[in-house]
Design a protein around this ligand. Structure first.
Ligand SMILES: *[C@@H]1O[C@H](CO)[C@@H](O)[C@H](O)[C@H]1NC(C)=O
Ligand SMILES: *[C@@H]1O[C@H](CO)[C@@H](O)[C@H](O)[C@H]1NC(C)=O
Ligand SMILES: *[C@@H]1O[C@H](CO)[C@@H](O)[C@H](O)[C@H]1NC(C)=O
Ligand SMILES: *[C@@H]1O[C@H](CO)[C@@H](O)[C@H](O)[C@H]1NC(C)=O
Ligand SMILES: *[C@@H]1O[C@H](CO)[C@@H](O)[C@H](O)[C@H]1NC(C)=O
Length: 244
């Protein structure tokens, strides 16, 4: 009997970490799906902007403007209106500076109006970290005889949801090198504050050989990985003069 009292407890900070990681990786499949069936929603990280877009399923309903409201599930509050997402004709809205926590559940309603009449109300709630679709960053390659410099474009200011260690630990950047059917994955270490252009050197390459490079953010859900289109180059042949 006594041993059970001494059984090693899960320390609080450990438990917190487990819960956090579970949240980050979206072990939330048991949550009820509260979204209605009038719209399909998509949330995308594109050029480091958080874009929520929607589409009405019934194409005979054609609103002329929309108003989006949201609330953060962990902070019970009324629905908030976002000024630049109110009375808009577009079917998407940029929420980069509004949604700041990746490991948070957001509830959203979108009202579609024609004139003063509400034609449709769509709603959804989702855990941002697992629902967000990560588009790859822009990049360029510069080739040399035996190495390739990969320049990845990061924004001058990182959006809040990717602040700190999120990019380092939860959505790591992968640079994939392919040559002759062989794929090598590189996992560059990013600064906590990476901004502007980041250069990664793929070295020890063979001169006069074809290489292709693509980049993406690794996602827990492998089906959710969106690789960039490849950029390919034939490295120049080695020239003795270079070393003279
Ligand atoms: C689509 O909307 C129109 C107009 O409100 C309605 O008459 C029609 O029944 C709807 N179709 C479906 C499949 O819900
Ligand atoms: C949107 O339009 C409605 C009706 O025209 C108006 O009452 C409301 O204040 C507008 N909202 C914003 C944020 O401009
Ligand atoms: C919308 O409502 C406003 C104020 O209630 C009214 O002045 C306007 O005529 C209405 N517009 C339409 C298209 O019904
Ligand atoms: C990252 O940038 C922020 C704001 O510019 C700064 O407060 C913080 O100290 C920086 N962190 C590191 C590790 O450089
Ligand atoms: C990063 O590189 C791109 C071209 O690859 C260039 O257009 C952009 O101005 C650069 N940004 C910074 C902050 O250097």
């Amino acid at each position: 009997m006594l041993w059970s009292q001494n059984a090693s407890p899960i320390r609080p900070q450990h438990l917190y970490l487990v819960v956090y990681i579970n949240l980050m990786f979206g072990v939330l499949s048991s949550l009820p799906d509260l979204s209605d069936k009038s719209c399909t929603f998509k949330v995308t990280l594109r050029n480091f902007r958080v874009i929520l877009s929607w589409e009405l399923k019934n194409h005979s309903i054609v609103p002329d403007h929309y108003t989006l409201q949201y609330t953060v599930i962990s902070i019970p509050d009324h629905m908030k209106t976002v000024e630049h997402c109110s009375n808009i004709t577009a079917t998407f809205c940029d929420l980069t500076d509004v949604w700041e926590v990746l490991s948070e559940t957001y509830a959203v309603t979108v009202d579609g109006f024609r004139g003063n009449t509400t034609l449709v109300t769509c709603f959804i709630d989702f855990f941002l970290a697992t629902h967000i679709s990560l588009e790859p960053p822009e990049f360029d390659i510069v080739d040399f005889t035996d190495h390739i410099n990969v320049h990845v474009n990061f924004p001058p200011v990182m959006p809040k949801i990717l602040d700190g260690k999120v990019l380092q630990f939860y959505l790591p950047l992968i640079i994939e090198e392919q040559s002759g059917g062989i794929v090598k994955k590189h996992n560059p270490t990013l600064d906590e504050n990476v901004t502007g252009n980041f250069t990664y050197v793929i070295d020890n390459l063979l001169p006069n050989t074809n290489y292709c490079v693509s980049v993406y953010f690794k996602h827990r859900n492998l089906e959710e990985i969106h690789r960039s289109p490849v950029k390919c180059t034939l490295l120049p042949p080695a020239q003795d003069t270079e070393f003279s």
